[in-house]
Design a protein around this ligand. Structure first.
Ligand code: FUB
Length: 309
């Protein structure tokens, strides 16, 4: 591994948003950031766009970490498509969570039968290597983009989706669930109104990111494809009901997708996303970036613009 120096710059035109030196990985294309705080470090799991790709023909995931959100250490590849013997393509947007000293990596891949499915891999170390926990999909309904959250009462939730939004209540073992698959009713009150797409009347597209902060549950997501922006909804419980809150990051830059991840770390809040900012960048050559921001006093999130460079 080697460190990549990034420098926080002065406040931007938005008084509560600070700019970092982006993208935070500059030697390869990365996408779909999933940050997690562990042992006083931010670990960011990412997808990996291959050079010259003309689709999301991704074959491994990458991991970087930082103690200060400025200097990033590269950890290589903690997991690849070959981890899931039953999968044959599409190492897409995953997320890792720790429970009782083990790390669980939820990732969407294409089952060799043809449908997208979500696998779960496990490791004793956050940096991996991760091994398939089940030898088969955890859930399979041809949808993607898992996000995982453990509530204060110990109940873990796994959401995922495009074009729907679904969740299961994970058991304490984190590799099974009870109660079946639940589909969230995508109402315009909950997820905003999209125009010009009769099949998708709300703005929700994909890439959900669930968390709780100061008693409020947040569902952040890529919206209004294509090009995507990032929007969010909030609710009083991990299963809603959800209230639409608006746009966080407008559609900007050369990637027509975006994918959110939000954490608090050492007194600051960080918004991770991707764009096409590296040379040669675009829809299938994306780059992970980060902006720090401050929640408003009512818990709402200000508009955050991409670093343009
Ligand atoms: O990286 C492949 C797909 O593109 C992800 O699953 C989506 O969220 C979009 O970013």
């Amino acid at each position: 591994f080697w460190p990549l120096a990034c420098t926080l710059l002065s406040l931007s035109t938005f008084a509560n948003v600070a700019k970092a030196d982006n993208p935070i990985v500059q030697d390869i294309y990365t996408a779909d950031p999933a940050p997690v705080v562990y042992n006083d470090r931010i670990y960011v799991f990412t997808g990996h766009d291959n050079n010259g790709a003309t689709f999301y023909d991704m074959t491994d995931w990458r991991l970087i970490s930082s103690a200060d959100a400025v200097n990033w250490q590269h950890h290589g590849s903690p997991m690849s498509l070959t981890t899931f013997k039953w999968a044959n393509a599409n190492a897409w947007a995953g997320q890792v969570i720790e429970r009782n000293g083990k790390f669980y990596y939820y990732a969407p891949v294409r089952h060799s039968t043809g449908a997208m499915a979500i696998g779960v891999a496990v490791s004793n170390s956050i940096t991996g290597p991760y091994t398939d926990a089940l030898g088969k999909p955890l859930v399979e309904n041809n949808e993607i983009d898992p996000t995982v959250w453990i509530d204060d009462d110990g109940q873990a939730y796994l959401y995922w989706g495009n074009p729907g939004l679904y969740y299961v209540k994970l058991n304490a073992d984190m590799i099974s669930y009870s109660g079946g698959v639940n589909q969230v009713s995508l109402t315009t009150a909950g997820f905003g109104t999209r125009t010009g797409n009769a099949q998708r009347p709300t703005t929700f597209e994909e890439g959900p990111w669930l968390y709780k902060r100061n008693g409020l549950y947040y569902m952040i997501y890529a919206a209004d494809c294509c090009s995507e922006d990032i929007r969010y909804s909030t609710g009083p419980t991990a299963t809603g009901p959800w209230t639409y809150r608006g746009v966080i990051m407008p559609s900007q830059g050369r990637s027509f997708t975006n994918h959110p991840g939000i954490i608090d770390f050492k007194g600051n809040s960080y918004f991770f996303y991707h764009n096409g900012a590296l040379p040669g960048g675009g829809g299938y050559a994306r780059s992970v970036a980060v902006e720090s921001f401050t929640y408003r006093s009512d818990g709402t999130i200000p508009q955050i613009d991409m670093t343009t460079n």
